[in-house]
Design a protein around this ligand. Structure first.
Ligand code: BJW
Length: 228
């Protein structure tokens, strides 16, 4: 096997499941009877902003009560120790990778603790009560919304992700169902550019067939074993 210098790691809701955060598509994946595809859209935000804000308020409240788990900590150790290129691309909007100590990472679907002005694009931290209609400190428009990438919106940092995938020697996917694009296509991009590909998930994902290797089990067990 060729030498591995550059690693790209994609994480999804499954890596935070053992911390106590709900995944989207498994049992218990419905929220107030809604599927995520019905809540996380610009149309839902326009039609029923209270519903969308309530969803993210509940997620923020859940986040303060949980801690990073063994999988987040193992990736943070790898990040600290790896002398080659490494990028953790998380689809998660929680902050458990950072709280575990990971540094070389990005949030492609946004962050729970960030607010975005829909009018001017300014960002701020999400402070306590920011109900629909909260004014932007930069432009004064009543347009602060959760800084979250909804369906139909462009995920963040795609150029940087595409460059990292093109240079990756190893692509690792952890705890994601492979149901949502463009993240679900990263394995094919990395493979096209010659990377070895490894998946760690509780069950085979929609894209399992594209990986050189799939390891099934809880991330809290599999990831530390892989890192050590
Ligand atoms: C464990 C575990 C344990 C459990 N250990 N594992 C038709 C075809 C193709 C694409 C489209 C299409 N129609 C529309 C699209 C595009 C659309 C899309 O993909 N839709 C699909 C539904 C088909 N995508 C978009 O709109 C995206 N934007 C876009 O495409 O822009 C245009 C573009 C074009 C070209 C290039 C680039 C861009 C935006 C997607 C935004 C996703 N947003 C959400 C919500 C916001 C964030 C939030 O609130 O948290 O992001 S949806 C939701 O799904 C969330 C997640 O990040 C995302 C992925 O879910 P994830 O993480 O995989 O979770 P689950 O629950 O699905 O899976 C968990 C897995 O873990 C399971 O497999 C478990 O088994 C496992 N697990 N416990 C290990 N202990």
């Amino acid at each position: 096997m060729h030498e591995i210098a550059n690693i790209v790691i994609l994480t999804g809701a499954g890596i935070s499941a053992e911390s106590g955060l709900a995944t989207f598509r498994g049992p218990g994946g419905l929220w107030e009877g809604h599927r995520v595809e019905q809540v996380c859209t610009p149309e839902a935000l326009a039609r029923n902003p209270e519903l969308v804000h309530r969803f993210y308020d509940a997620r923020r409240a859940a986040l303060v009560a949980v801690e990073p788990n063994a999988a987040h900590r193992a990736l943070a150790r790898l990040d600290a120790a790896w002398t080659g290129e490494l990028l953790i691309v998380t689809q998660n909007v929680d902050d458990l990778h950072e709280r575990a100590g990971a540094r070389r990472m990005l949030h492609m679907h946004g962050e729970l603790n960030s607010a975005l002005c829909a009018a001017c694009g300014a960002r701020s931290g999400w402070t306590g009560g920011m109900p629909p209609g909260t004014a932007c400190a930069a432009c004064d428009a009543p347009s602060m919304r959760p800084d979250i990438v909804f369906f139909g919106e462009m995920p963040y940092e795609m150029d940087r992700i595409e460059r990292a995938l093109a240079e990756a020697d190893l692509f690792v996917s952890i705890g994601t169902s492979g149901a949502v694009y463009p993240a679900a296509g990263f394995v094919q991009t990395a493979r096209y550019h010659g990377a070895r590909t490894l998946e760690m998930n509780l069950e085979p994902s929609a894209g399992s067939g594209y990986f050189h290797e799939t390891r099934l089990g809880p991330a809290g067990e599999l990831v530390p074993l892989w890192v050590e």
